[in-house]
Design a protein around this ligand. Structure first.
Ligand code: FAD
Length: 262
C-alpha cells in the first residue's frame, strides 16, 4: 500500500505572544514544530504500515527549514520524505497550497491513501485536505478517529457534533484525522533518529511536480485578506448574587427587560 502524509511546519502557538502595541503575533524566536494533528495523521498511517505493510511518504510544502519537520517524521517511522519548495509556491492560499500538494501526490503515483491533520494550528482553515482530495478526484473522509481496512475498502469513524458516523469508503481516499486516543503519536526511536539524520530529503520544484503555474503561489490564490485585527475585549458579565433564588430570578428578569430581551 502506498500512503502519503501531508505535514505542515507551524509556529509553536503555545510560545507565541502578542505585541501589545501592534496587536500582532511576535514570531521572532518562536520554535517551529510539526502541526500536532499531522503527527496524529502520521501515527494513523504508521499503524496501517505495521498492520498491513505500506510505504509511507511524508510531504511538506514550505521553505527549506521545513526539512526539520520532515526529519522528525522520518525518525517516527516514515520511509521517505519530500519537501515541495520553490519561490513560485510563495503567497499561496489554501487553494494554491492544495493544488501544489495534489501535483506532488500525482508525481508520487499510485497512491492508495493520503493522510492530513484535521487542520493546521496556525492557518486553522481545515480546507487543504478536502481541496487536495477534490483536485485528485478521490474520495475523502474528514475528522476521522478510527480506521479499518479490508481489501479496497476503508471503514472509518467520523466525528460529528452529536456523536460519530461509521462510513465505508473505497480506496484511493484522503483521510483527515483528529486528535484521537487511537492515534496518539509514537515517540521517535534512537535508531529512527539516526536514520533520519542520514536521510536525504528530496526537494521538488514547481517544474518537478509539473504544477500549472496559474494554479500555484500568488497567481493561483483567489483569497484576499482585507483586514487583520484583534477582536474587541468582551466586557465583563454581571454576577447576580442576591440572598435567595427567587430574588436572583427577579433581578435577572428586570435586567433582561431593561435590555429589551424579554
Ligand atoms: C491570501 C493568502 C496568502 C497567503 N500567503 C502565504 C505566504 O506567502 N506564505 C505562507 O507561508 N503562507 C501563506 N498563506 C497561508 C497559507 O495559505 C496556509 O498556510 C496554507 O494554505 C494552509 O492552510 P491552513 O494553515 O489553514 O491549513 P489547514 O487547511 O487547516 O490544514 C489541514 C491539513 O492540510 C495539510 N497541510 C496544510 N498546509 C500544508 C503544507 N504547506 N504542506 C503540507 N501539508 C499541509 C496538513 O496535513 C494539515 O493538517 C496565505 C494565505 C492566504 C489566505
Amino acid at each position: 500500500m502506498e500512503i502519503v502524509v501531508c505535514i505542515k511546519q507551524v509556529p509553536d502557538t503555545t510560545e507565541v505572544k502578542i505585541d501589545p502595541v501592534t496587536n500582532t503575533l511576535i514570531r521572532q524566536g518562536v520554535p517551529s514544530i510539526v502541526n500536532p494533528f499531522d503527527k496524529n495523521a502520521l501515527e494513523a498511517a504508521l499503524q496501517l504500515k505495521d498492520k498491513y505493510g505500506a510505504n509511507v511518504t511524508v510531504i511538506s510544502m514550505g521553505p527549506p527549514q521545513a526539512k526539520t519537520a520532515l526529519k522528525e517524521c522520518l525518525s517516527m517511522g516514515a520511509d521517505k520524505a519530500v519537501l515541495i519548495s520553490d519561490r513560485a509556491f510563495g503567497g499561496a492560499d489554501t487553494l494554491a497550497t492544495s493544488n501544489a500538494l495534489a501535483a506532488s501526490i500525482r508525481k508520487i503515483g499510485n497512491v492508495d491513501m493520503v493522510f492530513c491533520g484535521k487542520q493546521a494550528i496556525d492557518g486553522d482553515t481545515a480546507q487543504v485536505g478536502p481541496e487536495t482530495a477534490e483536485h485528485l478526484g478521490i474520495a475523502q473522509a474528514t475528522y476521522v478517529s478510527r480506521i479499518d481496512i479490508k481489501g479496497d475498502t476503508a471503514t472509518v469513524d467520523r466525528e460529528c457534533e452529536d456523536g460519530y458516523e461509521v462510513i465505508e469508503v473505497k480506496l484511493p481516499v484522503l483521510i483527515s484525522v483528529i486528535k484521537a486516543a487511537a492515534f496518539e503519536p509514537r515517540f521517535p526511536t534512537v535508531k529512527g533518529k539516526m536514520k533520519a539524520n542520514r536521510a536525504e530529503i528530496a526537494v521538488w520544484s514547481a517544474a518537478d511536480v509539473k504544477a500549472d503555474e496559474k494554479k500555484i503561489g500568488l497567481a493561483g490564490s483567489p483569497t484576499r485578506v482585507s483586514k487583520i485585527f484583534s477582536p474587541p475585549r468582551r466586557v465583563q458579565g454581571i454576577i447576580i448574587n442576591e440572598p435567595t433564588a427567587k430574588e436572583n430570578v427577579t433581578v435577572l428578569l428586570d435586567k433582561l427587560a431593561e435590555a429589551k430581551i424579554v
